[in-house]
Design a binder for this molecule. Structure first.
Ligand code: GLU
Length: 419
């Protein structure tokens, strides 16, 4: 029995068990590796603009602290629950270990639709959430970052609230802060940049000419928009885009930068190219070289997987593909080249690590330095994953997760059990 339940947690557990079988991890070691070290639930009461008091539920799950502080984003979304946050924290662990970062996995969230809050309400909620978390987080315990529904402004409020309680400015308590408040150059676009970099690497690997390639992106938030711009810059034609308001498709392609400018101005993709509107699920199955799901979990299930028409699946989101869909993809004899989430979207946490290091040292790097180090780190992980997949005859996901799980396992074995 565990506190953690729901389809996303079940998915993280199923994936883990597949890897544990592959690595022949004895059953008595599995719970120690999978179950979160600590899970916190808090109530966050705030004054609403209309004078009412509303209470929002917040969570933080620290999966493990074996390799260093827990690290991971904070998500504001209406369907957030402890099971989903635990699954996301577990994925952060494998992701950080694969990238060789000195972190355990963490994730937090508040059950709220941030679009329904005024800026003042959003600030109150963010400050109250951080205040409730103060006993459990710290620059060497748990370092938060943005995720769906949060951004650099929310990180600045988190950092300020934490700092006011300490009596000194502690910029290293969060990453993804504004550059003017101790953040790093390049963090904002890091995740999307990484997706574009790795998707281009996959084009190269498969011998597809980037200038003749096409891409479809689901989700046009921080990840999807920067991935689209990055791919377009490398010559890929962006034939499909979507966000929660609209999905659009045009074989002639869209200008990614104009779509980005439209979203900056109007907050949504709707209104950008409504004549090209298409059913959002159909968008995923349209022909393209690169399909990049950059939104939420579990959008590619068995049925969608069987209908996919892409050469490369670049997982910008966390957990977009279900284990059942993986079976379908596996049965197609790797006809679709999957760049698994813990590799594909690792650019975000890698640059978060660079930001944390800069914040601790108060010594800041140029953007070129950040981007160059990011690409080198992604390239190293890419080579390890592709090499392991080839050597063991397994999928890229199994290879990536095996590397991550094995590193955490070895660190736990070396440290032993206390007391
Ligand atoms: N939320 C992002 C992720 O899922 C980034 C986490 C971080 O930068 O710590 O990877």
């Amino acid at each position: 029995m565990t506190l953690f339940a729901g389809p996303v947690f079940d998915m993280a557990r199923t994936q883990f068990n597949i890897i544990a079988d592959h690595l022949e991890i004895p059953s008595d070691e599995r719970d120690r590796l999978l179950l979160p070290k600590r899970a916190i639930s808090v109530s966050c009461p705030i004054h609403m603009d209309d004078g009412r008091t509303a209470v929002f539920t917040g969570y933080r799950v620290q999966h493990h602290l074996t390799l260093g502080p827990a690290k991971g984003g904070t998500r504001y979304a209406p369907n957030v629950d402890i099971g989903e946050i635990a699954a996301l924290a577990i994925w952060m662990s494998w992701k950080c270990a694969l990238a060789d970062l000195p972190y355990g996995g963490g994730k937090g969230g508040v059950t709220v639709d941030p679009r329904l809050l005024s800026p003042r309400e959003l600030e109150s909620l963010s400050r109250r959430y951080m205040q409730e978390m103060i006993p459990f987080v710290g620059p060497h315990t748990d370092v938060m970052a943005p995720d769906m529904g949060t951004n650099e402004q929310v990180m600045a409020w988190f950092m300020d609230t934490y700092s006011m309680y300490q009596g000194v400015t502690v910029t290293e308590i969060v990453t993804g802060k504004p550059v003017g408040s101790g953040g790093t150059l390049g963090r904002n676009e890091a995740t999307g940049h990484g997706v574009a970099f790795l998707a281009s690497r996959a084009l190269d690997h498969l011998g597809i000419d980037p200038l003749a390639s096409t891409a479809i992106l689901q989700g046009f938030g921080n990840v999807g928009s920067h991935a689209a711009i990055g791919l377009a810059r490398r010559g890929t034609r962006i034939v499909g885009l979507s966000d929660h308001t609209v999905a659009i498709y045009d074989r002639n392609g869209f200008d990614a930068q104009s779509a980005f400018d439209h979203v900056m101005k109007h907050r949504v993709l709707k209104g950008f190219a409504d004549q090209a509107e298409i059913d959002p699920t159909e968008l995923l199955t349209k022909p393209c070289d690169i399909l990049a799901p950059c939104a939420v979990e579990r959008v590619i299930d068995e049925e969608v997987a069987a209908a996919l028409n892409c050469r490369i699946l670049a997982e910008g989101a966390n957990g977009p593909t279900t284990p059942d869909a993986d079976l379908v993809l596996g049965n197609q004899n790797n006809a679709i080249f999957v760049i698994p989430d813990i590799l594909c979207n690792a650019g975000g946490v890698i640059v978060s690590y660079f930001e944390w290091v800069q914040s601790l040292q108060q010594y800041f790097w140029s953007k070129d330095e950040v981007m160059e180090k990011l690409e080198r780190a992604l390239d190293r992980s890419w080579r390890q994953v592709v090499d392991r997949a080839n050597r063991h005859g397994v999928s890229n996901r199994t290879a990536a997760m095996s590397i991550g799980v094995d590193r955490v396992r070895k660190a736990k074995q070396a440290r032993g059990l206390f007391p």
